[in-house]
Write a protein that binds this ligand. Structure first.
Ligand SMILES: [Zn+2]
Length: 69
């Protein structure tokens, strides 16, 4: 699972309530690596907004790929 989700929270009342939770333990590094790659791709003139990859973009893409493993 990634991002946010909804989990049932039993507050002790008869109705209970839904509580939004943020999952960060497992996919935090992956999202961080992806964010770094995307941030580079849209700001690097050599990458042409993601159309091509410069050596730095290759590094970031590799880091993102490794983070997913
Ligand atoms: Zn680049």
């Amino acid at each position: 699972m990634t991002g946010t989700g909804w989990e049932w929270s039993d507050s002790g009342s008869t109705s209970g309530r839904m509580q939004q939770v943020v999952r960060t333990s497992a996919d935090g590094p992956v999202q961080a690596a992806h964010a770094s790659f995307m941030e580079h791709a849209i700001s690097c003139s050599a990458c042409g907004y993601g159309a091509t990859r410069c050596p730095r973009a290759d590094e970031l893409a590799a880091a993102w790929r490794d983070a997913k493993q």
